[in-house]
Ligand binder design. Structure first.
Ligand code: ARG
Length: 584
């Protein structure tokens, strides 16, 4: 059990002892980590909340609660300000918990009691368009959520819902037939398809009549024309090969690649069903879902406010020409996931601009009586140093492959400066671990909803909240064990006396509460910030408390703290898909 849940339980008992039946049956006191350690490790505003309801003095209530609380072996409690209850965890409790963690592969993190079947929909680039640096966010956040959820004991299914059936295929098919350079396709299929697409796009602007020819190719494809279907299949196949290459470098993998096209046959019956149930109706030849008035207008995803009036913004699920849309596919996809995978949770890691789309999809599911833990895990954009969308010097969007290549090249320089004597093959491996780690950590340490600035120097710095700093911290701990030349044996008991030891132990023990909280909120930055704090606490500890020169029980304790730090850094970064080198 984590410390907050332990304290919540003790506090609830004390409150019940003081208030008796006056304590509301559903009241769960909140216990949170204190922002300022001078006031203790954890705090609760429960007395203040309850005093307000019962119209009594919060400090007086807190004082009574305190009398029931103290004397436990976990924490010392006192009162601060208008009635906060503060808890200071006893060092002995940290010592015992840390000692227990040494014998636990999961380092204190317990699995969830009620595992979910969770589909995570992430990355999902579009065929014939390159994965660009914007896809980095979805790919890295989605992969981490998958790793975290698996670690917490959920049944996780990762699905790459690639855009393999869009209107872009009209232009691609035309371009394939008239412009394609087979050699270029061999060499770099993703780039070749992209340049065909760009070229046709440009031609269509010059000669608008061409648009009709592209449209005709699309219609042929959609009605099952053999030749066009063949070309389309080849496009998908070469794109997948190119994407797999990138995913392999990132060590990111999918259980399924069920792209948009996988749902083609389900679209027409789905629309008929929604019509029959009265959830959708015809409007100007199209089939649409309108608001059913369930929400207040402010929360209704089918309404928008304009000039003081609420106007309908329906979700269109079939166009007047009979074509289906992105929303139709997403509804069919959700059906498949709930029916076939028996998913009770589906998380979509997709940029913030699609917020309205997902709100509408989830709301249509509500109208159909299909409920679950459906979430749009949104994120902001990546900006260049000039605070404008991140672009290459020539103004193109930056390709993900280029980012990976540059990160590894820059990491190689860092390693070269730091450890010129490292054997060449190690250098290459470590550069890859550091470079890829830097990209991932730069992403995951951000609040995902805000935009962030892509800054090479910052993400590869050996100080600050960066992957190289954390990797280097890990390397430092490992080198301690190499120096003593003996393998680590866990002591059964730790003795914490120095402030730096206690603080490090405090953070080590906190790992068990940070990991689940990170997943609950889909906020990798919580774990990232924690790991950074931990590494900093380790360095302060290492300066204040000699390890190798100490003796007996003190040495045993300090080595144990080192060992746990290394294990948490490695496991925590592993949840981000970041590898830790043994030397760098
Ligand atoms: N292909 C889409 C895009 O690049 C993302 C798809 C996200 N997943 C989904 N089920 N809609 O914008």
């Amino acid at each position: 059990m984590t410390i907050p849940s332990l304290l919540t339980q003790t506090l609830a008992e004390a409150l019940r002892a003081v208030l008796g039946d006056a304590l509301p049956a559903d009241f769960r006191p909140q216990v949170t980590a204190a922002a300022d350690l001078r006031f203790g490790d954890y705090q609760s505003n429960a007395a203040m909340l309850l005093a307000k309801q019962a119209r009594c003095n919060p400090r007086a209530l807190a004082t009574q609660v305190l009398e029931k609380l103290n004397g436990g072996d976990v924490a010392e409690a006192d009162i601060a300000g208008p009635g906060f209850i503060n808890f200071r965890i006893k060092p002995e409790f940290y010592a015992q918990t840390a000692a227990a963690m040494l014998g636990d592969e999961r380092l204190g993190v317990t699995q969830v009691e009620h595992p979910k079947t969770l589909v995570i929909d992430f990355s999902a680039p579009n065929v014939a368009k390159p994965m660009h640096v914007g896809h980095i966010r979805s790919t890295i956040i989605g992969d981490t959520l998958g790793r975290l959820a698996r670690f917490m004991g959920h049944r996780v299914i990762t699905d790459n819902h690639i855009g393999d059936w869009g209107t872009q295929f009209g232009m691609i098919l035309w371009g394939w037939k008239h412009l394609l350079n087979p050699a270029a396709l061999q060499e770099n299929p993703i780039e070749a398809l992209l340049s065909v697409y760009k070229e046709v796009n440009a031609k269509c602007k010059e000669t608008p009549a061409l648009l009709a020819d592209c449209k005709a190719e699309l219609v042929k494809l959609q009605s099952g024309d053999e030749e066009n279907l063949g070309i389309w299949k080849q496009c998908i196949a070469v794109t997948k090969v190119g994407l797999e290459k990138i995913y392999d470098q990132l060590d990111i993998h999918f259980d399924y690649w069920l792209g948009e096209s996988a749902y083609n046959d389900a679209l027409a019956p789905l629309v008929e069903d929604l019509l029959a149930k009265g959830i959708a109706r015809e409007s100007e030849g199209a089939v649409c879902v309108f608001s059913d008035g369930f929400h207040k207008p402010e929360q209704d995803p089918f309404l928008v406010r304009k000039d003081g009036e609420w106007l309908p913004v329906p979700a269109i699920i079939r166009k007047a020409d009979g074509g289906f849309l992105y929303a139709t596919t997403d509804l069919a996809t959700l059906d498949y996931r709930t029916e076939h995978f028996k998913a009770d949770a589906i998380w979509y890691v997709v940029g913030a601009p699609q917020e309205k789309h997902f709100k509408q999809i989830f709301d249509i599911e509500r109208m159909r009586g299909i409920n679950g833990d459906f979430r749009h895990v949104a994120f902001g954009s990546i900006l260049g140093k000039d605070r404008r969308p991140f672009k290459t010097r020539s103004g193109d969007t930056v390709s993900l492959q280029d980012v990976i290549d540059e990160a590894i090249a820059r990491a190689a320089k860092v390693i070269e400066d730091k450890s010129p004597d490292m054997p060449e093959e190690d250098k290459a491996r470590v550069a890859r671990q550091v470079g890829i780690g830097a990209i991932k950590f730069a992403e995951l340490s951000q609040n995902r909803l805000s935009d962030y600035i892509f800054d090479w120097d910052k993400m590869l710095a050996l100080t600050g909240d960066t992957a190289p700093y954390l990797q280097n911290s890990y390397v430092r701990v490992r080198s301690i064990f190499r120096k003593i030349g003996e393998s680590f044996t866990a002591p059964s008991h730790l003795t914490l006396t120095e402030a730096a030891e206690i603080h490090l132990a405090r953070l080590l023990v906190r790992y068990a509460e940070v990991v689940p909280a990170t997943l609950d909120d889909c906020r990798p930055n919580l774990l990232a910030a924690y790991l950074y704090e931990l590494a900093k606490a380790f360095h302060s500890f290492y300066e204040a408390c000699p390890v190798l020169k100490s003796e007996g029980a003190v040495r045993e304790t300090r080595l144990a703290l080192c060992e746990l730090t290394a294990r948490i850094l490695k496991q925590g970064m592993g949840l981000f898909g970041i590898e830790m080198p043994e030397r760098m």
